[in-house]
Design a protein around this ligand. Structure first.
Ligand SMILES: C[S@@+](CC[C@H](N)C(=O)[O-])C[C@H]1O[C@@H](n2cnc3c(N)ncnc32)[C@H](O)[C@@H]1O
Length: 235
């Protein structure tokens, strides 16, 4: 399992390097894919179909750290009543996200823009009113960034979500000080060796950060490869 995680990481790094190289050689609109998104998109969709309202028109979703844009590109086809707003910290990934957005058959994906989630949303280049989103989504960012990114995610979600709106996060998590199985322990060590401020976060700590931002933990779903999808709700 740890080998799986490691090969997964190496593949992610290779793809990112490849993509960065390509972006300098004039392939600006090509959709990029990632093996982990290939694997987890359908299981995550099954959870979103339990959580999201599929009937009410005009709902809005903000995705933080869209990566290549593959998740939004896949999910938007199943929720024609929801407008997806992808965003990404890494500017070089925006052309791929935009390529997915352009191909959305429901035309329900906004142009992506660059943001740093540690920054207050008032400082983002695209401006939003408070309480303007029904949903927020954040996949595989929390463990691979410093805790400030989790704090920024919940802080901004506490302002941008409508009361009653849902934030959905996905990735590996510890629970009450317990990180298991061994493959997740090895993955956590690998992350910390790459950057000491990275690492798998504990749901208990995230609940505390959420609470201070007016967000409560609702439930989690165990997912393949020892990941979880967590549903949070703005109070
Ligand atoms: C492992 S990738 C996940 C990408 C995508 N969600 C997926 O699952 O394929 C982690 C993402 O976190 C993003 N990220 C890192 N620091 C960030 C920050 N300060 N604000 C927003 N996103 C950030 C990275 O740019 C990257 O896209």
């Amino acid at each position: 399992m740890s080998l799986f995680r490691n090969s997964h990481l190496i593949s992610f790094i290779k793809r990112k390097i490849t993509f960065n190289a390509k972006s300098f050689t004039n392939h600006p609109s090509r959709k990029q894919t990632h093996p982990s998104a290939d694997r987890n998109s359908k299981p995550i969709l099954e959870i979103l179909q339990k959580v999201f309202d599929t009937k009410t028109p005009g709902l809005k979703l903000l995705e933080i750290s869209s990566g290549h844009g593959q998740h939004t590109g896949f999910f938007c086809e199943f929720f024609p009543n929801i407008r997806f707003q992808p965003t990404e910290h890494d500017q070089s990934l925006l052309p791929s996200i935009e390529a997915y957005a352009k191909d959305a058959s429901n035309k329900n994906v906004e142009k992506p823009f660059q943001l740093d989630v540690t920054q207050d949303f008032h400082n983002w280049t695209v401006k939003f009113e408070e309480s303007s989103f029904d949903y927020m989504m954040n996949i595989n960012m929390i463990h691979i960034t410093p805790i400030e990114c989790s704090e920024g995610l919940f802080r901004n979600a506490g302002r941008l979500l409508k009361p009653g709106g849902f934030l959905v996060t996905y990735g590996p998590y510890a629970e009450n000080g317990v990180l298991e199985p061994e493959s997740n322990v090895a993955f956590d060590q690998n992350l910390k060796s790459r950057n000491p401020s990275w690492g798998i976060k504990d749901i208990k700590d995230l609940k505390e950060i959420a609470r201070t931002n007016g967000i409560e933990f609702k439930e989690y779903f165990n997912m393949p490869s020892n990941n979880k999808t967590i549903v949070w709700q703005r109070i």
